[in-house]
Design a protein around this ligand. Structure first.
Ligand code: HEM
Ligand code: HEM
Length: 189
C-alpha cells in the first residue's frame, strides 16, 4: 500500500481512535462468530448464543466494521501516516507494510463475504433490521461463500496474532518508538 507521509511522528487522533475501537470490536466479532457456529447443539454455550441473539449481533457488528474500515482508509488517504522509523530494518518495515495491507483488504473482504452469504441463504434480518440483499437468494451457493468467509476470517485472525506479536516485541523487548506511534504519551500526540 502506498504510504502518503504525514508531517507527524505519531498516528493522528482519528486514526488511533479507529484503530483501538476496531481492535476491540474485531476481537468481539471473531469470538461471537466462533461461539455461534461451533457451540455444540444443546450446550450451555449454544443456549447463551440463542439468548443473546449472537447471529444478529454478528451481522450488524460486521456491517458496522465494514463501514468503519472504509472511514479509516479515507482518513488514512487524507491524513497520511507517520514517516517510517529509520531504526527499523527494511525487511521488517516491508513485512509490517504487507501485513497492514492484507489486514485492510481482509477487513473489507471478510464482512462482504458474510453479507453475500446471508444474501444467498437468505438471512438478512437482524433485530428487526433487514440488510439490503447483495444478490438474489441461492441457498446452495451460500455454503461455499460461508466457507470462504470462515477461511478469510481465520487468515485475518492469524495476521492479527502476528501483528500483535510484533507490536509487543517493539513495546516490551526492543522498547523503540513503534508502539508509541499508535499509543503516544500526551506530549507526543
Ligand atoms: C470483520 C467482520 C467479520 C469477522 C471478523 C467475521 C468472523 C466470523 C467468524 C470467525 C465466523 C465463524 C466461522 C466458522 O468457523 O464457521 C463467522 C461466521 C459467520 N459470519 Fe462472520 N465475520 C464478519 C462479518 C460478518 C458479516 C458482515 C456478516 C453478515 C452480514 C457475517 C455473517 C456470518 C454468518 C451468517 C456466519 C455463520 C456461517 C455458518 O454458519 O457457516 N459475518 N464470521
Ligand atoms: C483486531 C486487531 C487489530 C487490527 C485489525 C490492527 C490493524 C492495524 C493496521 C491495519 C495498522 C496499520 C495502520 C496504518 O498504517 O494505516 C496497525 C498499526 C499498529 N497497530 Fe494494530 N491492529 C490490531 C490490534 C493491535 C494491538 C492489540 C496492538 C498492540 C498490542 C496493535 C498495535 C499497533 C501499532 C503499534 C501500530 C503502528 C505500527 C507502525 O507504526 O507501523 N494493534 N494496526
Amino acid at each position: 500500500m502506498p504510504r502518503p507521509w504525514s508531517a507527524h511522528a505519531v498516528y493522528g487522533t482519528t486514526a488511533r481512535v479507529l484503530h483501538w475501537t476496531m481492535a476491540v470490536l474485531i476481537l468481539f466479532q471473531a469470538t461471537i462468530g466462533i461461539v455461534m457456529t461451533w457451540a455444540p447443539e444443546g450446550s450451555t454455550l449454544a443456549k447463551l448464543s440463542t439468548a443473546l441473539s449472537l447471529y444478529d449481533v454478528h451481522k450488524l457488528l460486521g456491517v458496522a466494521l465494514l463501514a468503519l474500515v472504509l472511514v479509516r482508509l479515507a482518513n488514512r488517504i487524507g491524513q497520511g501516516v507517520p514517516a517510517e522509523d529509520p531504526s527499523i530494518a527494511t525487511w521488517q518495515a516491508e513485512t509490517a507494510n504487507l501485513v497492514h495491507t492484507w489486514m485492510y483488504l481482509l477487513l473489507i473482504v471478510v464482512p462482504l463475504l458474510g453479507w453475500l452469504g446471508v444474501s444467498l441463504f437468505p438471512a438478512l434480518t437482524a433485530f428487526g433490521i433487514t440488510l439490503p440483499a447483495l444478490v438474489a437468494p441461492d441457498q446452495k451457493m451460500s455454503e461455499p461463500v460461508f466457507l470462504a468467509h470462515a477461511v478469510a476470517a481465520f487468515v485475518l485472525i492469524g495476521l492479527v496474532v502476528i501483528h500483535v506479536g510484533a507490536a509487543l516485541f517493539h513495546a516490551v523487548i526492543r522498547q523503540d518508538g513503534v508502539f508509541r506511534r499508535m499509543w503516544p504519551r500526551d506530549e507526543e500526540a
